[in-house]
Design a protein around this ligand. Sequence first.
Ligand code: LR7
Ligand code: MN
Length: 574
Amino acid sequence: SDKLYLNEMNKKLIIENTNLKKELEKVRHDVANGRPLRNKNRLNRATTTVIKQDFLNKVKNWFAWDSEATNPPSWPGENGRAVQIPQNLKEESKKRFKENQFNILASDMIALNRTVPDQRSYACKSVKHDQELPNTSIIIVYHNEGNSTLLRGLTSIVRNSPGHLLREIILVDDASEGRDYLHQALDTFAKSLPVQVKILRNAERMGLMRSRLRGAEAASGATMTFLDAHIEATRGWLQPLLAEVKRNRRSVACPVIDVISDETFEYLTGSEMTYGGFDSHFVFDWVPVPQRENQRRQHDYSRALRTPTMAGGLFTIERQFFYDIGAYDDGMDVWGAENLEMSFRIWMCGGELLISPCSHVGHVFRKQTPYTFPGGTNRIIFKNNRRLIDVWTDEYAKYFHKIVPDLNLVDAGDLSPRIELRKRLECKSFKWYLDNIYPEAPLPKDFYHVGSVQNEKFNLCLDTMNRKSGGECGATACHGQGGNQIFEYSKAHNLVSAGLCLDSAMSAKPVKLSNCQAGSKSQQWDYDNQSEQLRNRLTSECLAVNQSNNQQIVTAECDKESTVQKWLLKDPIF
Ligand code: LR7
Ligand code: MN
């Protein structure tokens, strides 16, 4: 079964792709006519029973870990192109999508060493890196990962990293179920790589945080580079990350994360104009890089961005600094919230979190997780979030508990070790973080009121009804539970909930929830303490309960006597 996988791959390619068939015929022809093979000495030790030896030699050449070796451009997915699934395999590819929540058949059709376009800008290519960079241990944890995605990730790392900078690759199998290929065949593949690979296998599911902790314990490099298991590293990806850590050992450096399509495995360049933030519910989000940050880096787009948060999966950190700053919270389970926890911690406790625009790594973005959350998704996510919020966000913890009241249904476990850590490291306040690192955060900061907005006569409170931007604002019976009835009345005179602004562009029409735009008059309201009215600055009309439909909020000509126009700012959180 030596090189079984590789042979399997080629078998598939031969059978499934007619272009490839032609390509292979050419190779056979070349070999038969005695044309020399390139890089003979770099060939792998692969053997096969399926494919003739002369042909295989050429194929092995293409599989060389040498980054110069390229495949015929007509091969599926080459140069980052989308894969076309043949008609007769479409049904199967759909059926098997849920195994990984991506199209594993598309991935299987792509060579492990496919090339993707060099993602670096001209400015990045001309950066001269220090020759003496610290080395790194790559740490990849996975639970039930696809085969070709994992192997292509490993291949891309080896092909695109200077060998002397790769201390080792550490794989942590987080108790994958079934999936035979993750055992002996993976061991064999790992042995064939020109880098030391350690494979640790958890006896029980530990979740990604504790798995990464286990991987870190086995690492010996000067730095550690954490990666997800469905990635493709691109040309020159590693040096910029290591250079940042060398410049400042308290820097944690992320690549730009490019998108590998979950359907076609097309390689799409990620934006260098967005970086990490979070939404109004403390969920990681990509947000536009603000002007202030581009000014700070003097519009040199090869310089790293100081990002408020990281996505979590892909970053380089000095090995000792990882521990100095508190590693991971080992009380977190499975998935989620560890990315913001680490982001807040890095900034608040004296580190620096960066995205290097010169480092690009592709990641298969999935719409859902393919694996289980033992004990229930919500319970785990809420628990992790409590461990993030309750330890790191000071007065905002109260706010978060109000907007997500269900948080209180779960046990956060023992927080004292993390609170202790925060004290020991003498970390700064969350307010400091918001003021200095993430002033654009969608959290109430300068406000008159955060709480409910209530019409007493009808016992109705403004309610987002969980609607998205463009939806109508609603009103429901005041329940005092917070959630969707929490609104901020800001000093900029916006009424904000879930990051959306109450917007009344047209008189007498239902009031909408829109993306907030600084200075937009349709989103500005003046509250009159005396008359208890909220007057819109664009239409000069007043916020009112729709008399013919209680659930709806409109504006109407201001009338001090009108009971539907009277609003009280109640239940302040801060
Ligand atoms: O129980 C588990 N055990 C594991 O080993 C659950 C997961 N895992 C592995 C999993 O197989 C994968 O290799 O952990 C890795 C991350 O899980 P994904 O790929 O299902 O997560 P994701 O890509 O959807 O999520 C992002 O957010 C997570 C929050 O906990 C992690 O920080 C992921 O590493 C992170 N991924 C990225 O940052 C890539 C860019 C995505 C974005 C935005
Ligand atoms: Mn992932």
